[in-house]
Design a protein around this ligand. Structure first.
Ligand code: FES
Length: 173
């Protein structure tokens, strides 16, 4: 199994003009010139991060630009009213731009067409047709470190966020 543990492993930053469709004339000004990151497959990302390194509802974007996801320890997940750590795929479900986490505002925003998401990845406002996807996530019980499996995706609208492979349950403080 191929494993990656460091930055810059799989990044190919594409200075695309606009979103996935290739800069059509109908795209709004906000969509033009926004770099769109494409990632070569990084199957399993083994992080140094432990659950206690993550603040409550404060996404950690340090993996976003090289592995395409952010981590967040949610005080209340949208499924099951549980506290959990999740890995949210940082690719908008509309045209594939990279969304920005706006911690102070408490939501995630796509710069291209203005879709908004909860920190959990749940869709708040379109045009994105669905929530951000989540990746598989696990905790190494021996080391306490988190790993993320980008080969496995979980979609809220398909009822997949209840799958225990896409969240790490944590005690709510
Ligand atoms: S790609 Fe722009 S709103 Fe998602």
């Amino acid at each position: 199994m191929t494993r990656w543990a460091g930055p810059l492993s799989g990044l190919m930053l594409v200075g695309a003009l606009g979103c996935g469709g290739g800069g059509s004339k109908q795209e709004p000004a906000a969509a033009r010139g926004v770099p769109k990151a494409r990632y070569q497959p990084v199957p399993v990302v083994e992080l140094q991060t432990r659950v206690q390194d993550l603040g409550w509802d404060e996404p950690d974007e340090s993996q976003k630009n090289w592995a395409g996801f952010y981590l967040v320890r949610l005080r209340r997940d949208v499924v099951g009213d549980r506290a959990a750590v999740v890995a949210v795929r940082a690719i908008c479900t509309y045209r594939g731009c990279t969304p920005h986490v706006l911690v102070a505002e408490g939501f995630v925003s796509c710069p291209c067409f203005g879709s908004r998401f909860e920190l959990s990845g749940k869709l708040r406002k379109g045009p994105a047709p669905e929530s951000l996807w989540r990746y598989g996530i696990a905790l190494d019980k021996r080391t306490g470190r988190i790993s993320v499996d980008t080969r496995k995706t979980y979609r809220y609208e398909k009822g997949e966020w209840s799958d225990s492979a896409c969240f790490i349950p944590v005690a709510r403080e």
